[in-house]
Design a protein around this ligand. Structure first.
Ligand code: FES
Ligand code: FES
Length: 151
């Protein structure tokens, strides 16, 4: 049995230890904000926080999560009011929206480790999160806005 926390709630998992976390989140817990994009760690649509750090849930087997704390987009803030979420709304970042939960989780992890990131920091942190709609300019603008810089 694997004990972990998801969005603050204790969970006990007894299924296939090799099942990816993304499957558990979406199919078992019905937390469908984290998206399946590629399944091989190349798009970032499935990004969650594990012990406070951004991680690709499509690549993370359940057996690696014993004692870990997982936060999904549903648990990032109580009312969708994390500074990154507020900035995303103000800047109107999303287009189709498919990649955006992953983008927001990646950006939130960046600002936690670097509250005032440079353009280089942003590019480096966000480069693995693909947006097929090309919202990259607004993503950068929103991250700066959330960090308290010029929007
Ligand atoms: S679905 Fe996980 S990185 Fe693409
Ligand atoms: S908003 Fe459509 S893929 Fe990013």
């Amino acid at each position: 049995m694997i004990s972990l926390k998801v969005n603050g709630a204790a969970k006990e998992y007894t299924g296939d230890p090799e099942m990816p976390l993304l499957w558990y989140l979406r199919d078992v817990l019905e937390l469908t904000g984290s998206k399946f994009g590629c399944g091989i760690g190349l798009c970032g649509a499935c990004t969650v926080h594990i012990n406070g750090e951004a991680a690709r849930s499509c690549l993370m087997p359940m057996q690696n999560l014993a004692g870990k704390e997982v936060i999904t987009i549903e648990g990032l803030s109580a009312h969708g009011d994390h500074p990154v979420q507020i900035a995303w709304e103000q800047v109107k970042v999303p287009q189709c929206g498919y990649c955006q939960a992953g983008q927001i989780m990646q950006a939130a992890a960046l600002l936690k480790s670097k509250p005032h990131p440079t353009d280089h920091d942003i590019d480096e942190a966000m480069q693995g999160n693909i947006c097929r709609c090309g919202t990259y300019q607004r993503i950068r603008q929103a991250i700066k806005s959330a960090a308290g810089g010029a929007a």
